[in-house]
Design a protein around this ligand. Structure first.
Ligand code: ARG
Ligand code: ZN
Length: 876
């Protein structure tokens, strides 16, 4: 039985007792081991009340301490103590030089935290607490130090040696070795430290900042990937310009480096001046990368760049404040992407993700506020809540203050706290101080978990010509939080007249932000001559669930008339949800499914409207996902949701076959590939049409898909055709093109990952057997997180019908993988377990078998803190 790991509480925060002014590191990289020599200039923190002479350093169990000295006096066993967490040195003076020599083994590091090797390249991941796997240190973000780093390695195998800042010296050493010293003048916490050593190639560019300083931009990757770096470079340059224009923030070093590695737990990491990226977030070429992939590269490159201010210059005091940098930075990158591409499309995509994945998190056992009060393992809190809900909270501040006051607030925040490690409270305070707007009640968004629910009713009085909206709010209980205080919620609304035109609202405009403060509140609008149709929560102005008794006619009306693009899409989603939910209920009662022409007619109007953005047409035509329908359900009936959705798709396909076919043709183009918003939109609509055509089950559309597959000059079209055919009843055709696809892309790991994912997400029977076979395939490697995500995570989250098979085979499979990965890579294991943790949302039969598998993981032996926290909280 695993012993209960320690719980860390925000309320226990204390300032550090000691500080580190200067950190000098020397790495000697050797095949069997790496020596880390650290010289730390330390002193007592004048702000600490603690008078202890004991110095407590963090250091992982795996560190081998070879030597330790204080002020050049070598310590012996009685002067210090090793324990599970690190090292305690007794009797230290107020100011001293601490020197250690530590041996570590990057080759055995499968957890991919600290220093490890990815395909022969040494690299580091130190956020959140990885630095303690490199050397003994004060591994906490409020200890900021200037770093000087020397790397020594074999010259042939590791010609490129990188760390933060600027190279200041280099030289040759014995036995064909060489060394380089890097200095980073900006004090930083250890989590922003990085080291890279390998045989890497680079592309290079120049950037001139607003104030005229030249910055060298370098992106490093393996030689074979050198042709896929241009898009990342362009995105970086765009992001640098945007941050100057929109936030007045300039880059502050002479060099900005990005390194692409294939083994990486997350997307990327904002280490000062030396970002390390998952290849999946930096490599892009038309032949190998889908449109989604291009947009991901642009977004993540920008995200990591923006961290240079929101994260690095101003960092977090402690890890409870993680959303301070992540929520703000996600908001910044979302606005950047909106400015670079289509704003409405970006918003629709972000909201769809939030409402499925983040709302589900809020409704599950790991629900937490964006400022959590406690954790066992901080890696478990790199969540949709911290990131995406955190970004929504910043967006609401932006909405409440308006763009100008928000900018004043961000200027004040950066100026006031430059070089400091601060809290979300400091952020909110800066916004308040700069704008004069009270955010006292708004702060509940930071410490209450759960998704608020708004119930809205209305009344129109033709005598007094007044229209009233009555809005009530509530928020369901979450673990540890039974009762919630009312939130301060910005609700952007419009009112439509019977012609579909916008009424002018009291603020003189056609959209107004109502500020809800109370549990229930009524808003009155005078001078209204007929009962309007309300357009509620325009642009998704708050991360809430909203109920208003729209009729289906209201929704089709809003779909074609609402002046807010987001709300037109939302009306279509609501209509789809309404129809699908009643079909799911019918299935539950054993009724035969029936569907009228209303939805198809509404879709036809949208298809026929040539003025609409094609990307938005594609979004409107896409039915609510199974994941979203599941999130909305009281009890998730996996099979009924799948069947109802397939039924509606087929019905629409038959009703609008001609329109889908002609739109497909209109959207076919011979222009060379471009990742511009326009051409992405065209491909997206074309592939949406193809998916409906395939839903007719007709042979002629299989032919059409196969032609597209063979003739495509880009991965978007080729992959779309591949997955449509593989997921269809044309089993033989699917097998043939899967084979062709693999043979063609065998040398491109990221494309092979797509190939794995298409098979893992196949809703047809037998997917689990296929996944199990693929785990033995040469293309799979359990130690590579991208492979695990493509195959195992795709099966468990993108293939509900098979994962939730009533014989429990999917659950057993996942438990086995989690148990194996628990010892190899705890972060990945703990993320993987998520679908099982949602057991309470299913019927009792499924609950029972899901729980058993969670218990099996719990009983499987010694668990990492990561897996222990998630599984134990799920079983509680
Ligand atoms: N700060 C990184 C980002 O959002 C994420 C790194 C998270 N790493 C981790 N081991 N949890 O860009
Ligand atoms: Zn981030």
């Amino acid at each position: 039985m695993t012993q209960q790991p320690e719980v860390i509480y925000l309320k226990d925060y204390k300032v550090p007792v000691f500080l580190i002014d200067h950190t000098e590191l020397r790495f000697e990289l050797k095949p069997d081991k790496t020596l880390v020599k650290a010289r730390l200039k330390m002193r007592r923190n004048p702000e600490s009340q603690d008078v202890t002479r004991e110095l407590v350093l963090q250091g992982d169990k795996s560190l081998l301490l070879c030597r330790i000295s204080v002020d050049e006096h070598v310590l012996n066993e009685s002067d210090f103590q090793r324990n599970e967490q690190g090292l305690v040195v007794s009797g230290v003076p107020d100011q001293f030089l601490l020197e250690t020599v530590t041996e570590i083994h990057p080759d055995q590091n499968t957890a991919l935290e600290g220093l490890y090797r990815s395909d022969g390249v040494y690299c580091t991941q130190c956020e959140a607490e990885g630095f303690r796997r490199i050397t003994f240190y004060l591994d906490r973000p409020d200890v900021m130090s200037v770093f000087s780093t020397t790397i020594e390695a074999d010259k042939d195998a590791y010609p490129v040696l990188l760390s933060n800042g600027n190279p200041v010296a280099e030289g040759e050493a014995d036995e064909g070795r060489h060394w380089i010293t890097w200095e980073d003048p900006h004090p930083k916490p250890a989590y922003l430290f990085a080291l890279v050593a390998g045989d890497l190639k680079l592309i290079e560019d120049q950037y001139q900042t607003l104030s005229g300083r030249d910055v060298a931009l370098r992106i490093y990757a393996a030689d074979k990937d050198l042709d896929k770096l241009d898009y990342a470079m362009q995105s970086l340059i765009n992001a640098m310009r945007w941050d100057e224009q929109v936030y007045g923030r300039e880059y502050d070093l002479d060099i900005y480096m990005i390194v692409a590695v294939d083994f990486f737990n997350m997307g990327a990491m904002e280490n000062k001046g030396l970002n390390v990226f998952n290849t999946s977030c930096v490599l892009a070429s038309p032949e190998t990368t889908t449109d989604l992939g291009f947009q991901r590269v642009e977004g993540v490159v920008a995200h990591e760049y923006f961290h240079n201010w929101s994260g690095n210059r101003v960092t977090c005091r402690d890890w409870f404040q993680l959303s301070l940098k992540e929520g703000f930075t996600v908001f910044r990158d979302a606005e950047f992407s909106a400015d670079m591409n289509s704003r409405t499309v970006k918003r629709v995509e972000d909201v769809a993700l939030l409402r499925t994945a983040q709302f589900a998190e809020d409704a599950g056992p790991m629900a937490h506020p964006i400022l959590p009060a406690s954790f066992i393992e901080i890696s478990n809190f790199y969540t949709m809540t911290i990131y995406e809900k955190g970004a929504e909270v910043v967006r609401m501040i932006h909405t409440l203050l308006g763009a100008d006051a928000f900018r004043k607030g961000s200027d004040l925040y950066f100026d006031r706290h430059d070089g400091q490690a601060v809290t979300t409270e400091d952020f909110v305070k800066a916004m308040e101080d700069a704008s004069g707007k009270s955010l006292v009640q708004f702060r509940h968004w930071y410490n209450q978990a759960g998704t608020p629910v708004l119930n809205i009713t209305d009344a129109f009085d033709s005598e007094t010509k007044t229209y009233k909206l009555t809005i009530s709010q509530s928020c369901p209980a979450t673990p540890g939080q039974e009762v919630k205080q009312p939130y301060h919620i910005p609700i952007a609304i419009g009112l439509l007249d019977s012609q579909g035109g916008d009424l002018v609202l009291p603020n003189g405009e056609t959209t107004q932000v109502l500020e809800l403060h109370h549990a229930e509140q009524t808003f009155e609008f005078g001078g209204i001559h007929e009962k309007p149709v309300p357009s509620l929560l325009r642009g998704f102005s708050a991360p809430v669930k909203l109920n208003y008794p729209y009729s289906r006619d209201n929704l089709t009306f809003l779909m074609s008339h609402d002046s807010d693009g987001f709300s037109r899409w939302e009306a279509a989603q609501k209509l789809g949800v309404d129809i699908l939910q009643s079909l799911v209920a019918d299935l539950g009662q054993g009724k035969e499914l029936q569907l009228g022409l209303l939805l198809g007619d509404a879709f036809k109007v949208v298809l026929d409207n040539k003025d609409l953005d094609k990307a938005m047409v594609a979004k409107v035509l896409t039915l609510p996902s199974e994941a979203y329908l599941s999130e909305l359900a009281d009890v998730i009936d996996v099979d009924a949701i799948h069947e109802a959705r397939q039924f509606v798709r087929q019905h629409l396909a038959n009703q609008l076959e001609t329109e889908f076919y002609s739109t497909y043709k209109v959207c076919t183009s011979t222009d060379a590939y471009s990742p511009s918003a326009d051409s992405i939109a065209r491909r997206s609509l074309r592939n949406t049409c193809l998916s409906y055509l395939m839903a007719t089950g007709k042979q002629e559309y299989l032919e059409l898909a196969l032609v597209q597959f063979h003739e495509a000059d880009n991965m978007t079209d080729s992959q779309a055709a591949l997955s449509l055919v593989v997921h269809s009843n044309f089993v033989k055709a699917g097998e043939v093109i899967l084979d062709q696809f693999y043979q063609r892309w065998i040398d491109q790991p990221l494309v092979v990952n797509q190939w794995l994912s298409v098979q893992a997400s196949n809703p047809q029977r037998g997917a689990l057997v296929q996944v199990e076979n693929l785990m033995k395939h040469e293309a799979f490697n359990l130690q590579n997180p991208n492979k695990v995500r493509s195959l195992i995570a795709s099966f468990c989250s993108l293939n509900p019908v098979n994962f939730h098979a009533i014989d429990g085979s999917g659950y057993r499979f996942l438990a086995e993988q989690v148990i194996t990965l628990n010892s190899l890579n705890p972060q990945i294991a703990s993320r993987l377990v998520t679908p099982l943790t949602r057991w309470k949302r299913y019927n009792l039969d499924r609950q029972d078998i899901m729980r058993k598998q969670l218990q099996r993981i719990m009983d499987s032996g010694e668990l990492s803190r990561d897996v222990f926290e998630v599984v134990s909280k799920s079983l509680a």
